[in-house]
Design a protein around this ligand. Structure first.
Ligand SMILES: [Zn+2]
Length: 431
């Protein structure tokens, strides 16, 4: 490492991140240890449950063993026996490296081994106590997080200064039976007409919009992002068939039409409230499910939306990996398109380095946010942030070494992409 590289690394270490995407559950739930789909077990394997589990599954770990790994009552030793044959296969992936950085930074343990396991199990338990979210985020030099709760449409968090919240619009526009049930659970309302459904959406925007940092939608998990205009009268008929008195159920084309209408309605509401719209794009979490042909069209499908809502600011999450080149083109061409590198650093660290280097030479630098851990657990955010900082420092070092930017320009650029862009772009955070 040259002197210049060391200086750049130090600047990146000293600059706080605004973390623009997490799925953190509440600290009080972690401390109480109440088991839940987002807290399947309360021991060291919880740190593996979100992403490492997927690498284990694709590396050959049998599904039944994988399930047992996250059971709340299996002993640490039994869990380690299940994990050990596969850990070596995945230890170099971004998912596993994030966990290894976490073990080093939070528990002072170099690796997960039979020898270190009892200490790691104990340190997990010692760490989980009131105030540990703020402690870990401080250690990771993260100023604050944006949280997209997977438990509530809008989570009224115990720590609003630390954990800004997204308002989820997924339930409103996907409109599945489960989504209707969630809305009924939160509001007691059972809409039978489109107008009643829109009233509920309006209620959420009026109640939570002023406190939300953005709206978030991951409907790309279930459909393409080609949202066409649909007349309200047509959508009303479709809604009646879908959930109202008629209840015939909709074919896929009609369901698309209803979702198109609802999505565009929500985007319009977000624009009225001045809320940016965060969209999942690219690679899908989980395993054995992804339809790459649909993912491949995400960037092209979004052009119409970007044109039809020029006043609404869109954030394309996860760099659209593995089609990140197309997302550089979107952000370069459309004034209302910004890119979030959340999750990308651990999906593919090397691709993320290439992406950021190219982005910074092609697109205005106010249009990128460089970190979001995308975790329900707070601990691995620490390790993910280590990987992101390492990547950002390498990109800046390469750009300086190759003569594209001057070394004196680096501190300002670093602060912008790690911190200031997010503060300026998400206006509710300035209150
Ligand atoms: Zn996410």
């Amino acid at each position: 490492m040259t002197k210049s590289d060391r200086q750049i690394t130090q600047w990146v270490e000293e600059t706080p991140f605004v973390d623009t995407h997490e799925h953190l559950i509440e600290e009080s739930q972690r401390v109480s240890g109440v088991i839940d789909p987002l807290l399947p077990c309360d021991d060291w394997t919880y740190l593996l449950s979100y992403y490492v589990a997927n690498d284990l599954g694709v590396a050959g770990m049998p599904a039944a063993d994988l399930q047992r790994l996250f059971e709340p009552d299996l002993s640490s030793e039994a869990k380690y026996q299940l994990l050990a044959p596969y850990w070596d296969r995945i230890r170099h992936t971004g998912y596993a490296q994030a966990v290894r950085h976490t073990l080093r930074g939070l528990y002072s343990e170099d690796d997960l081994t039979a020898e270190s396991l009892p200490r790691i199990a104990e340190k997990y338990r010692e760490t989980v106590r009131p105030g540990f979210y703020a402690n870990i985020l401080r250690l990771a030099n993260i100023e604050s997080c944006h949280v997209n709760s997977l438990q509530r449409i809008f989570l009224e968090t115990e720590q609003p200064a630390l954990l800004a919240q997204d308002l989820s619009i997924l339930e409103f526009c996907r409109c599945s039976i489960a989504d209707l049930a969630r809305v009924e659970g939160e509001t007691g309302k059972q809409p039978t007409t489109l107008d009643e459904w829109l009233d509920i959406i309006d209620f959420y925007f009026a109640t939570y919009g002023p406190r939300a940092v953005a709206v978030k939608c991951q409907i790309a998990y279930s459909r393409p992002l080609d949202f066409a205009p649909v007349a309200k009268a047509h959508a009303s008929r479709l809604f009646l068939h879908h959930v109202g008195k008629v209840r015939h159920g909709l074919g896929s084309e009609d369901l698309k039409g209803l979702q198109d209408f609802l999505f565009r309605y929500c985007v319009g509401k977000a624009g009225e409230c001045g809320l940016p719209v965060k969209l999942h794009t690219g690679y899908l979490g989980g395993r054995g499910l992804m339809q790459l042909a649909r993912v491949r069209d995400n960037a092209a499908d979004l052009c119409r939306l970007l044109q039809d809502f020029p006043e609404t600011r869109f954030v394309m999450m996860h760099i659209g990996y593995p089609y990140e080149q197309e997302f550089i083109a979107l952000a370069k061409h459309y004034p209302n398109a910004a890119i979030d590198m959340c999750w990308a650093w651990i999906i593919n660290p090397a691709a993320s380095i290439r992406f950021l280097k190219e982005f910074l030479l092609a697109v205005p630098t106010n249009k990128i946010f460089t970190f979001g851990g995308d975790y329900a657990a707070v601990e691995p955010i620490y390790g993910h942030a280590c990987i992101a900082r390492r990547g950002i420092a390498q990109v800046l070092s390469q750009l300086v070494a190759d003569g594209w930017i001057a070394r004196e320009e680096a501190p300002n650029l670093i602060e912008r992409i790690m911190y200031r862009n997010a503060l300026h772009f998400f206006p509710n955070r300035r209150r």
